[in-house]
Design a protein around this ligand. Sequence first.
Ligand code: SAM
Length: 290
Amino acid sequence: MNADDLPTLRDELEAHGLWANKGLGQHFLLDLNITRRIANPAGDLAGQTVIEIGPGPGGLTRALLEAGAHVIAIEKDARFIPLLEPLNAWSEDRLTLVQGDALEVNEPALLNSLPGGGSAVGGHPTPIISNLPYNVGTPLLIKWLKAGPWRGDMTLMFQKEVAQRIVAKPGSDAYGRLAVLAQARCNARLEFTVGPRAFTPPPKIASAIVSLKDLADPYPHLDALERVTFAAFGQRRKMLRAALRSLTPDAETLLNAAGITPTARAEEIDQAGFRALAEAWRAHTAASAT
Ligand code: SAM
C-alpha cells in the first residue's frame, strides 16, 4: 500500500473547497516525505493502534496508515471528515474518525469503545503521533503526561520554541516547568526541526518534532510537581527560599527537607531535586492536613 497512489493532498483540499482556518491552528503538511519522517521515530507501527490529533487533510494520517497502523484520528473541524473518510476504505478499515475537541476526549473510554477493546489490537499502550495545533499543544501534552497506562510513547510536533522548552536541561534559559514535568515521565528528545515553508499556509515560526518515550521509573505525583514548579519558576530569578514563599511561609524548611540549598535558583535544580521538592511538599501538606 503506497500513499503516493492517492490523489494529492492539495487536490483533495481543492476538490472539497477547503482552506485553512488559522483560529484552529491549521498549518498543513502536504509533503508525504515529511509526514513519513514524523511517523519514523515511533518505530514499527504495523498492527498498532495510534491516536492522531488534528488530521486536517490527512497527510500524517496517510503516513501512519501506510506504516500499517490502526489510526484513531480526532479532528475538531467537521469540514475535514468527508475528505478523510475514503482513507478508511483505502486502509481496509484501519481508520476511526472522531469529530471533537481533543482536550475534552476521554481517551480510555474511546479506546474501550472500539472493537477489540482497549488498544484495539494487542492490548498495548497506545502511541500518540500528531502535528499538534499550536494553540492547544501544551495543555494536550500536560493531559497526556498525567494519563494512565493506556498511553504509549508520543511523537509530537510543536512550535520549535515549545519543543526546546520540553527537552531543556538545567541551567538553560529554556529550562522550566514544561521540561521538569515532561522529563518526570518521559525521556524527551528533539528529533528534527521543520521550517515554516514546509506548511500550507506557512506559520511565522519554525516547528520541531519531539519524541517522548516513557521512563522506566516515571514520577507518579505530577500534581505535586506542577505545584512546586509553578511556584519555583513563577519567580525564576529569585532564590528558592523567596520564590517558594507562595507555597508556604516556611519555604526554607521545605527546601532543607528536600536537600536543596535555599539560596539556589529554580533553573539550577535538576529532575531529582524537583522530585525531592515535590515529595517534601506532599509530606508538608499531609502534615498540615492532620
Ligand atoms: N495533521 C495535519 C497536517 O499535519 O497537515 C494538520 C495539522 S494542523 C497544525 C492542526 C489540526 O488540528 C487542524 O486540522 C485543526 O483543525 C485541528 N485541531 C485544532 N484544535 C483541535 C482540537 N482542540 N481538537 C482536535 N483537533 C484540533
